[in-house]
Design a binder for this molecule. Sequence first.
Ligand code: NAD
Length: 289
Amino acid sequence: MKIAFIGLGNMGGGMAANLVKAGHTVRAFDLAPVALDRAREHGCETFATVQEAVAGVDAVVSMLPNGKIVDSVYASDVIGHAPAGALLLDCSTIDVATARSVAEAAIAGGYEMVDAPVSGGIAAANGGTLTFMVGGSDDSFAKAQPILAAMGKTVIHAGGSGAGQAAKACNNMLLGIHMIGTCEAFAMAQRLGLDPQTFYDISSVSSGQCWSMTSYCPLPGVGPQTPADNGYQGGFATALMLKDLKLAMDAAKTAGSEVPMGQRATELYEAFAAAGNGGLDFSAIIQTF
Ligand code: NAD
């Protein structure tokens, strides 16, 4: 297929390369020349504008920083410029309301569109092992599935437009909450005189077990290799966790959901990022305790 790819940053760069590897012709656009250089190295054709990149394509994939940019790129340069009937896939993490309004405008313009945010970081984007959670009609999902499968290992249909972003917001709110809970428990265990490894051995096979403990342990030297073992470098940045928690709080407000734990997790990550830790992996919040 001929696929336009818009936004070839940390995540999009690797994803576009995987589409090339799967045999697609990829027409790339990014505002940053360095991203375009890297895209060319990975076999993409590059263009000076979005409108040129989307000319004559079967599908458009975007991986952009936020909802405002997604809205403006689709409204100004994709809708009415990509061929009618093209499939539009936005993989950025954005708010549910914008995902739904952009999809509505796209469908009204004669396109099919899915929101398909991802779980997994830069390594998963490069390695083609992302998880995609997809919002859109059954037909659009069926068409999007093989394109997304070239960039990930799991592709799940979450429901109608916006359902992918809703799943992502709920999942990452839960992740923020159980990471903080895990950090609190490790810190308190130590203050109570428990050896951290002993506490891990007990809790990892007891009812306190969770992903933050056994797959992403926030304490160096305990559990599997994680960013904690690397000075909290790499991994999933605190600033991105905070972005996702804020999106979850917006979604909670729209839905009228009470999320006291999500709210508290957002406040704690906000304070941790404001103290200059936005670039550290999100498990570094254990330093707060
Ligand atoms: P990034 O900042 O590295 O990449 C974004 C790219 O978009 C940049 O290259 C930028 O130049 C480009 N861009 C910005 N405005 C543009 C425009 N108007 N037209 C064309 N290109 C434009 O960010 P990233 O880490 O690749 O994240 C992208 C998305 O993926 C975000 O929504 C983020 O929340 C989500 N995400 C990131 C991770 C992660 O670990 N980095 C994990 C899951 C989801």
